[in-house]
Structure formats: C-alpha cells, structure tokens
Design a protein around this ligand. Structure first.
Ligand code: FAD
Ligand code: FES
Length: 276
C-alpha cells in the first residue's frame, strides 16, 4: 500500500471548472485519493513543469477526487491551462488530515483554505455535535464552496457565516472577527482552521484565549512529501509527515515561526507565502 501511495499515478482530468476568477477545481479518478481523510493532500505533477502539494477538496464517491487550485505561480498557472482529458500525475494522499472530534465544532476557513474544510464539514455532523462554519474571502467572487457547505450543513441544522472583506456578500469583515464573536457566546469542543497563515495565527490566539482545542492545517514549501528532504520544516516538525494538521500543543511549540516566517527554497527565513 505504501509503495502504491508513493508511485506516481497518471490520471486524466475529468472536469476542470472555474470556482472564482483566480481559482479552478480539477476532478480526476484516483482510488487512493477518493478514500483519503479530509485535510490530507496529494502531490500533483504537472508534466514538464513541477510537482505541487494540493489539499483534496472532494473525496469520493466512485473513485473520484478533486483539488481546488489558486493561480499563484509557475506550476499552478500551468495547471490552470489544463482541460478535461489532459493528464496529471498524482502521489499520495499524504499527511495526517483532520481528526474529527465529538461535540460542537467551529470551522474557520479563508480562500483556498476552505478546500480541506469543505469535505470535513460533510463528515462532522455524524459525530452528534453542532457544526458552525465561518467561511471568509476578500470578495463575493472569491468565496469558495458556499452553496456546497450551506447545502451540506442545512441537513444537520449547522450554521454558516460568510464574510467578505469588502462587504460584497455576507458579513463585512474578517472570518476571525466572527469567530471571536461566536467564541464569546458559545462553547466549542474543537476549532478546525485552514487559510492564510495570518488568519490561522489569529484563530490560534483565540483558541488559546478561550481554552478551546484547535487543529490547524499549515502550508510550507514541499518537495518529497515523505519526510526526507526537510523543505517543509517548522520548528522540529516536518509539515508533510507530522502535519499538515497541527494541534494547539504543537502550534505552541512552533510559535517563534508560525505566523512569522517560512523557509525559502534556499532554506533561509523568508516572508510568509500566502497562496491561500
Ligand atoms: C499541504 C498543502 C496543501 C495545499 N493545498 C492547496 C490548495 O488546496 N489549493 C491551493 O491553491 N494551494 C494549496 N497549497 C499551496 C500550493 O501548493 C502552492 O501555492 C503551490 O505549490 C505554488 O506553486 P507555483 O509553482 O504555482 O508557485 P511558485 O512559483 O512556487 O510560488 C509563487 C510565489 O510564491 C513564492 N513562494 C513560494 N513558496 C514560498 C516559500 N516557501 N516562501 C516564500 N515564498 C514562497 C514564490 O517565490 C513566488 O513568488 C497547499 C500547500 C500545502 C503545503
Ligand atoms: S517535503 Fe520533504 S520532508 Fe517534507
């Protein structure tokens, strides 16, 4: 099974759909990815260009999976030019994924950080708790997965709050501001977050303040994805192997780095790269 995970599997894109002006969702057939845990990621090879890590934004059914990709650089731009019928290489799924906890859940996501939270929100209602989802973006056009999240959570009486920075949809402001208001009023048993690191850092600070357990999915430069090359280190952890989802205890241990800097390709300290 491990060998199969690490083998580069060639698959055809079955659908390429625009999700926002700068984001596209690509669906493909891959049995291993279709059985992944929400929060796990695939290494996606764009032939002749590069291989990049991408969270799985849909997981199954029928052997299918999707990735939802922001066009931010060379590899993602090349991927955006691909159409249904063209090929990709897939390794993985890798990483730990989120660990669903019993009780009331608060999900806080922004931008393409909503990609791993969308399938998670579809799993959590089976755990007998209330699910509250705060989904943020800069503008309405960049707000991803909203219909899907609302439809999924309406079946379980979950609540969805959408925020946009320019006020073009939902509540004007940041997802973290709504998260703070919710934490002031209600007790949650777990916070799950993914998005720009500045946002996740604020969510982590809130989790500390309100003494609420947290799971945050981090992003770092990745090469091997199997714990060998060291490109993805944060503190004493390798994001590809030990993460990408980290607990509050682990985030506390990497506070010097988390939300402050990330390693560049040369291994030096560089600014936080927020492709989310
Ligand atoms: C676990 C995981 C899951 C991810 N899931 C998604 C997802 O669901 N959707 C999505 O759109 N993206 C996701 N990403 C991010 C995605 O992998 C990157 O955006 C992608 O690799 C960028 O590749 P590129 O060649 O297009 O851009 P590049 O050309 O590599 O980079 C674009 C710009 O960012 C700068 N840059 C890149 N990395 C760093 C760094 N470490 N430090 C400082 N600057 C840097 C580059 O210099 C360049 O200016 C995920 C990343 C990880 C680790
Ligand atoms: S990407 Fe190589 S150790 Fe994580």
């Amino acid at each position: 099974m491990l060998t199969e995970l690490n083998r580069l599997r060639i698959t055809k894109i079955s659908e390429a759909e625009r999700a926002s002006p700068t984001v596209k969702t690509f669906t493909f057939q891959d049995t291993l990815c279709s059985e992944a845990t929400p929060g796990q990621f695939a290494m996606v090879w764009i032939p002749g260009v590069d291989e990049v890590p991408m969270s799985l934004s849909t997981i199954g059914p029928n052997g299918r999976a999707s990735i939802t990709v922001a066009d931010v650089g060379e590899a993602t731009h090349a991927l955006h030019q691909k159409r249904a019928g063209e090929i990709l290489g897939i390794r993985g799924p890798y990483g730990n994924g989120f660990t669903p906890a019993h009780g009331n859940a608060l999900l806080v996501g922004g931008g393409t950080g909503l990609a791993p939270l969308a399938p998670l929100s579809e799993e959590l209602p089976t755990l007998h708790g209330r699910v509250t989802f705060v989904a943020g973006a800069k503008t309405q056009r960049e707000l991803l997965f909203l219909d899907r999240i609302m439809t999924g959570l309406s079946r379980s009486n979950g609540k969805v709050f959408a925020t946009t920075e320019d006020g073009s949809y939902g509540i004007k402001g940041l997802a973290t501001e709504v998260a703070e208001q919710l934490l002031e009023k209600e007790r949650f048993d777990m916070i799950y977050t993914c998005g720009p690191e500045e946002m996740m850092y604020k969510v982590f600070v809130l989790a500390e303040e309100y003494k609420t357990p947290i799971q945050a999915s981090l992003e770092r430069l990745m090469r091997c994805a199997i714990g060998i090359c060291g490109s993805c280190v944060i503190g004493g952890f390798r994001v590809c192997k030990d993460g990408p989802v980290f607990s509050g205890t682990q985030l506390r241990a990497v506070q010097e780095e988390f939300g402050r800097f990330m390693r560049t390709r040369a291994g030096k300290e560089g600014p936080i790269h927020d492709s989310r």
